[in-house]
Design a binder for this molecule. Sequence first.
Ligand code: C2E
Ligand code: CA
Ligand code: CA
Length: 861
Amino acid sequence: MPNNLASIVSSLSNRTSVSLARASLFKFVGLLAGVFLLASVSLVFLAQDLDRTEEAESAFYTQKAVQSLEKSLRLTVKDYAFWGDAYKHLHTQVDPNWAFVRQNVGSTLYADFGIQGLFVVNDVNRTVYSVVKGELKPVELAQWLGHSVDSILDKARAGAESETPTTAFVKIGGVPALVAAAAITPGTDPTVSLDDRLPSVLIFVDMLEDAKLQAIGDDFGVNGLRVATADDVDDTSRFALGDDGSVGNLRWISSRPGLRLLGIGLPLIGIAALLVCLMTWVILRRATVAALALDASYASLQKSQDALATSEARFRDVVEASSDWVWEIDANSRFTYLSERFEAVTGLSMNAWIGAAMDDLLGTESGTLSQWLSLPNRRPDITIQCRYVDPLGRERITRLSARDMPCKGFRGTATDVTEEVEARRRIEFLSQHDALTGLPNRTRLQEFLDGKLKAMPSEDSPLVMLSLDLDRFKPVNDLLGHAAGDLVLNEVSSRLADCVRHGDLVARVGGDEFVLILTDVSSQDEVEALCHRLIESIERPVAIDEQEVFVSASIGIAMAPNDASKAAELLRYADIALYEAKAAGRNTWRFYAGDMNVKIIERRRLENDLRFAIKHGELRLHFQPRYRIADGKMVGAEALVRWKHPEHGLIPPDTFIPIAEESGLIISLSNWVLNTACTSAAHWPNGLFVSVNLSPTEFKQGNLVERIQQSLDDSGIDPARVELEITESVMLEDASGALEIMRTLKRLGVRIAMDDFGTGYSSLSYLRAFPFDGLKIDRSFLNRLDESEDDKAIIQAIVGLGRALALTVTAEGIETAEQLKLLKAVSCDEGQGYFLSRPLDIEAFNTLVGVREKEVSQSDV
Ligand code: C2E
Ligand code: CA
Ligand code: CA
């Protein structure tokens, strides 16, 4: 589905057409309401404006009316005041008869003009003539008016010359009144002569009663003009009389045309709005019904659109969220579609590959991808592993699934499985290889061997198995640490791998044990040449931290089909041969021979026999005396174990001690030796000591100290008379453990001597660091003493060293008088050997010590 359609559907789906119709109608109603409101506001504004104009007009005409009132009163007073007769009868001499009775200035003014007050004030401002409401009444003007009239009189007199009357508004008993005053002058009458007094003043007072005001107002088109009362609210429809309305205000009835306009306009607008609302409601109802119908039909459309959109979204999510990319190719195997993930996963450009051949991108191990796709019976659920090269040049592996498309061509997914394949490969490798050296391990060896044996090796092209074991490797590990040991193993591994051909196998099957499988070796000479090469290459020093480490190797060889045809047998025979090689002095090789197996069986039997011998007291103990060389005095004896086998006769300890060590019998054997030696020696005279040999394996058992303590306790011998002989291999295996045990042993009170001194390589350093009381020079030095001057020097040096370290130096294996003489010459402390005495059985030894002092120097030297 195209994207824009989807977007329309999704946007539409948010709103129904009912709501859509409603929304637009409401908008329209809102607009109309706005218009009505505007019209109402304009109408109100217009009305107010009309009222304001009307008000201003009324005020203007009121003013006009007042002005006309003033004017007419002024004219009236002017007519009477500027008159010669009035001057004569009201100023020169006040003549009420002329004025009132003859009606010259009398009640007619009240009757005709409504002038309520008529006064004449003389030159000294005294009221001399007064008519009130048409009746002659002697009353003082100021009194009647209620306030001073001086300013009016002054103004009237000031206008005398120009015959100008004056007017003013006053308040009389709460009613405003218009006062007009004019100075009485002769006017144009030439018969009247002016006197030199101040002119008298004629004053008309017109009370502004409501009836009069209304009549004037009517004349000027102002309705209901009247004086404002205290009840009137203070609004603008008023006209102020006098200065600032101090006299009072005039009011009139405002026609308020604006208000009238509102009265008509607003209801009209209201009715119009009501009508519009009604119409809107009707339209809305119709629109809703129509829209509901539309929605109903739309909802069903929506449902299918939704389903489509959901499925599309799901597809998109799956396609983009998974690490897979989706592809489509046409009938010509060219890409027509690649999902967006393609670029992210492969790092390749989508544009570059659209239209390109699929086979150019992806390759399989068997044929091209298009071949695979067009296989007639290809199942769609079967995937294929393909390779391609990413932009960084690395090979990537992808798993491809494919399905036919109806319009020819294929579509499918591609899953990147590079990491998975690599991880599986790695796991496979690790499970078949040794983690340290990377060489194949026992599992791989087994597999390889099975495969090779299945191919049926023949006598002409046999399968050769070498079992190789490093000599002197353990000390490297112990002395230099495991890191150094690992380095040596790695170095040896690579040297071994270098010596064999491609197709052969070098496996590491144990700590320092290797197995080599060789094919394509025809003669025994060839095998021997290889063994020679192997040993030689291993013997080359290995450099570790500026130190050179030497190891060597022993090799046992077994061949198929001659020796065996089964993997297990072959391995066992190669091991037997290896054992033989080691027994033969190491650093060499041995071919498996039939009788080797016999020897092994023999050894097993011997082991059983030894177990029996220990249990049933077949062992004997011999004692070889040790003498002080200086004076030939016997100082003690070394206990040496003997085994007389019922069938084989006397078996030397060099033969059965290793068997005892290997089988674990050494502890019970040694216990017997210790007990027997201590018990025997406990009876010896002159503080003779007994020296007992300990096997290095006894140090590893943990309870050595307790065992010795037990023997000391059981025998009751003075611990100072017991010496323990240990070889340096004890220290080689676990120096710190050995040191601790030796210190504990020393606390028991026994002496400790280093046996076979000079055969190992670090004896000297041990001598200093460990609590030895003595050392025994190995008999191999004595053997060579006759021939080698060097050895003489060495013995001398050892004796000197022993002295320096306060150790008792004993020479072993003294066989000749010369040797003894020489040892005496270098002041060696003690000696032991056939020349002095062979090891003796208990009876013989007891007899000997019964003799007590055997003067060595006298009898033998
Ligand atoms: P070792 O401790 O060096 O014992 C001395 C060996 O030299 C003894 O051999 C002794 O008979 C032999 N010998 C003494 N004087 C001479 C001589 O002048 N010339 C020659 N060629 N040999 C002489 P043996 O008794 O056969 O013992 C061999 C080794 O067996 C001993 O060597 C010792 O390491 C071990 N061994 C013997 N008895 C015991 C024992 O009770 N316990 C343990 N753990 N090892 C023992
Ligand atoms: Ca010894
Ligand atoms: Ca020895």
